[in-house]
Design a protein around this ligand. Sequence first.
Ligand SMILES: CC(C)(COP(=O)(O)OP(=O)(O)OC[C@H]1O[C@@H](n2cnc3c(N)ncnc32)[C@H](O)[C@@H]1OP(=O)(O)O)[C@@H](O)C(=O)NCCC(=O)NCCS
Length: 374
Amino acid sequence: MSSEQYFPGLEGVIAGETAVSSIAGDLEYRGYSVTELADSSSFVETAYLLLHGELPTAEQLADFKAILIESAEIDPAIYEFLKKIPLHVGAMDVLRTGISMLAHFDPQLDDESPSANIAKATRLLAQIPMLIAARHRFRQGLELVPPDPEGSFAGNLLQMINGREPSQSEEDAMDVSLILYAEHEFNASTFTARVVTSTQSDLYSAIVAAVGALKGPLHGGANERVLEVLEEVGTPENAEPWVRHALATRRRIMGFGHRVYKDGDPRAVILRDYCRSLALEQGDTKFELIADTLETVVRQEKGLPPNLDWPSARLYRYLGLEVDLYTPLFVASRVAGWSAHVIEQAGNNRLIRPVSRYIGHATRTYVPLEERED
Ligand SMILES: CC(C)(COP(=O)(O)OP(=O)(O)OC[C@H]1O[C@@H](n2cnc3c(N)ncnc32)[C@H](O)[C@@H]1OP(=O)(O)O)[C@@H](O)C(=O)NCCC(=O)NCCS
């Protein structure tokens, strides 16, 4: 490639090949439309599809669920450490450390064979919800709630955090949000995971690095900032003046815009319906009204549609979840997609090492310290 071919932020650059998902037309995981998966699948089945490449048979799905339940237990030393982390430390930082600690207790840490990587990814799927819920409950001075072996992944996640059984509609909404967050091609955190894997490092290192990339507000961290926006707006009446002022002062409104989807994020459309019905069920549509006005004005004025983080922030609020859990919940789901990419990268690896365009000083001669002027 000539040094003249430079695309800031790698925009539009094909940086690798993948069979995990495609966003060329409709978003598809392994060839299945995400709309169809959201309508008919479950998060656990979708995670199996991403990791194994095919939808499971009934027996494979039952086995996968059983492994998830069996693997959920984590070493007590990790819980002890979680209790010692200062209370002000954010949930995403704690989760990054927690995943790194899980690596120390994994017997297959340095086995990078596809079967070992699938086994490690399955353990992470089971254990990340435990880390998220444990830290949350310890921080609140509450007892841990164990997962229900008969419960669904989404139902257990909500129950372990909130300490109460979710309603069917809450469980379904959570499950769909996990399906929609599970995978998204060469986004920044997935690319990070692939870069780490390309050095022949291990799956845990790749996932920990991906968590770091996801935390940023331009990526996964946006879902937490979206709720701050809705709270700042406060009332439906304030929505239009607020957003016009925000745009006039060139403020970046979290939850809008996307590097790839310029006409709209199909995931946002799917999740919006779940937001609407939960809000109606709870008899409080204030945030829905605020969201409608912001969507209309941002689209009119900037041509920007909302992305998945826009409805997911409201949804998680309706599910009774604290704001700093929103991005960790994204991790609980996206670990499926990240792991699928790690396995794919390791299976057909070439070190990812691009080049830069140098814009620094022209060549100059070293000046000994005693000859340097002040
Ligand atoms: C996701 C994002 C980083 C993609 O950005 P990008 O492809 O790099 O696009 P740019 O940042 O170059 O923005 C292009 C233009 O749209 C504007 N824009 C993009 N997102 C915007 C937003 N959320 N609010 C207001 N303006 C926005 C930029 O200011 C810029 O306008 P200009 O040309 O007048 O300067 C960006 O849309 C963003 O920051 N969104 C908010 C964070 C977010 O929701 N992230 C989750 C993504 S799933």
